[in-house]
Design a protein around this ligand. Structure first.
Ligand SMILES: [Zn+2]
Ligand SMILES: [Zn+2]
Length: 485
């Protein structure tokens, strides 16, 4: 008589990757992992790091603490991805939005972060600079939210529909065949240059209006900027910028500007500088700003008055745009790959965005258009040609994002001193080496993390082990704060 011997089936073959992953997370591992996830504050795509850090007493040279990721689950430490874009990570984008809000606000209100309260008396405006038309597009509701009939120009085609907010046709060309796609992409690609030239012209025009040489003007007045880029529905960037006039006097930072440097002088110079700027695009011709320009005075108060905007409204407005990207115009939120170019329609991308991406790809061919190679249009095709920064400030405007991150790290260090051992950053030095080990959760972690509610979105983000950013080229260089992790 023979017995069939039943071989035990490996557990790993019976269970799916989720259960397998969860099974591995038991005991200490699970607790430590839960702790890490809690500190991520809802980050959707955390970075995984391996490495170690050593905290040294700078007076005695004594090693007072060592940390290595070897004891962590998977041997890796999870940290927040720090992505600015809400489409990629809502939790980290929210932190970025708050930081931007505080940066803009401190540049308007002062009394904080090294900016004196007297900045409230300086001339300040919120200027919106737009692109020109590249062909008529379907019109959505006006600024006041009221719908208007879609008839963009007197002579061009019209559709006579009253498009409501959210209508996917808003921003799409009425006649794609005659739309200037090349001009549109080239304009986006030169938007940063147009901005830079505008800031130079603005100083020149103000100096001329005040009857001063540029040298004398620059010696007594400083212009500070804080700007964000926003994509209009038609897929072209425009800029919202807080522009402030400061005086330069020896020994004082952010002194009051001279009495002749008024908000009227500033506003007039913004309009004339915008009208004067030209940037030449190879084989296309001069690119300029559009006719639509908005300059609103910022008033020192909590409420808007007529055409003047309140400081708070401006900070909120600017911060809101800081977490948006080109995807609001229907494009991808990542770089496009060559094999995707023929099948963009099947990826759910609207026709207008498809044409813009293909135009950028075509112009980005280094063999046929070596004159445009410096614009790296293939790398930025998903951004419809724009490769600039979304949120920038001149140095004198207020504090920096880095300084805010440091302030948060310092705050956590102080908080921790009450619970466990913390080190004084003035007398200790942290030596660290980190390597990028991947991004995102494993399937099991994802299932488990999704089940953990991370609190309502408006709660302050909980402390995370470290604040680090992956470099854009994906290499393992990080900005590590001096906080020991
Ligand atoms: Zn994140
Ligand atoms: Zn229409």
């Amino acid at each position: 008589m023979t017995h069939e011997i039943e071989l035990p089936i490996p557990v790993g073959d019976l269970v799916g990757p989720v259960i397998r992953d969860l099974a591995r997370r038991s005991g200490h591992d699970l607790n430590r992992w839960l702790d890490q996830v809690h500190r991520l504050g809802g980050c959707r795509e955390p970075l995984r790091l391996t490495g170690h850090s050593t905290t040294v007493d700078t007076c005695t040279g004594e090693v007072i603490s060592r940390y290595t990721t070897k004891a962590e689950p998977h041997g890796q430490l999870l940290i927040r991805c720090g992505n600015r874009r809400a489409s990629r990570c809502p939790a980290c984008a929210e932190t970025y939005r708050r930081d931007t809000f505080h940066l803009i606000r401190s540049g308007l209100l002062g009394g904080d972060k090294g900016v004196p309260e007297t900045v409230r008396t300086h001339p300040r405006v919120l200027a919106t600079l737009t692109a020109p038309s590249f062909g008529p597009v379907h019109r959505g509701p006006g600024k006041d939210g009221k719908t208007i009939v879609c008839h963009p120009r007197r002579t061009d085609p019209a559709c006579f529909t009253w498009h409501k907010t959210g209508d996917p046709r808003i921003g799409q060309p009425l006649d794609p065949e005659t739309y200037d796609y090349t001009g549109h992409v080239l304009w986006n690609a030169h938007a940063g240059d147009l901005w830079r030239r505008f800031t130079i012209y603005l100083r020149r025009h103000m100096a001329a209006a005040a009857g001063l040489t540029r040298k004398v003007f620059n010696g007594v007045v400083r212009l500070s900027f804080a700007k964000v880029a926003e994509y209009q529905a038609r897929g072209v960037v425009h800029f919202h910028a807080v522009i402030r006039l400061d005086g330069r006097s020896c020994g004082t930072s952010l002194a009051a500007p001279p009495p002749w440097a008024t908000v009227e002088l500033l506003s007039d110079a913004i309009r004339s500088a915008v009208a004067a700027v030209r940037v030449d695009a190879p084989e296309y011709g001069p690119l300029a700003w559009g006719q639509q320009i908005d300059v609103a005075t910022i008033s020192p108060g909590a409420l808007d008055h007529g055409t003047a905007l309140s400081e708070r409204a401006v900070a909120g407005y600017v911060a809101k745009y800081a977490t948006k990207s080109a995807e609001t115009s229907g494009t991808l939120d990542r770089a496009v790959r060559a094999h995707e170019i023929p099948r963009l329609h099947t990826m759910g991308i609207p026709d207008h965005a498809v044409r813009l991406i293909r135009t950028a790809w075509h112009l980005g061919n280094a063999l046929s258009r070596p004159d445009l190679a410096h614009l790296r249009l293939r790398d930025w095709a998903h951004m419809l040609g724009f490769r600039g920064h979304f949120s920038t400030r001149s140095r004198a405007y207020s504090t920096t994002l880095g300084a805010l991150r440091q302030a948060r790290a310092d705050y956590r260090l102080t908080q921790r001193a009450n619970h466990e051992r913390a080190f004084d950053p003035d007398t200790t030095l942290v030596l660290a080496h980190w390597k990028f080990a991947g991004q995102g959760y494993t399937p099991g972690e994802f299932a488990l993390a999704s089940g953990l509610a991370s609190g309502p979105p408006n709660d302050p983000p909980p402390a995370c082990p470290s604040l680090a950013l992956v470099s854009p080229d994906g290499s393992d260089r990080f900005e590590i704060t001096r906080e020991e992790v």
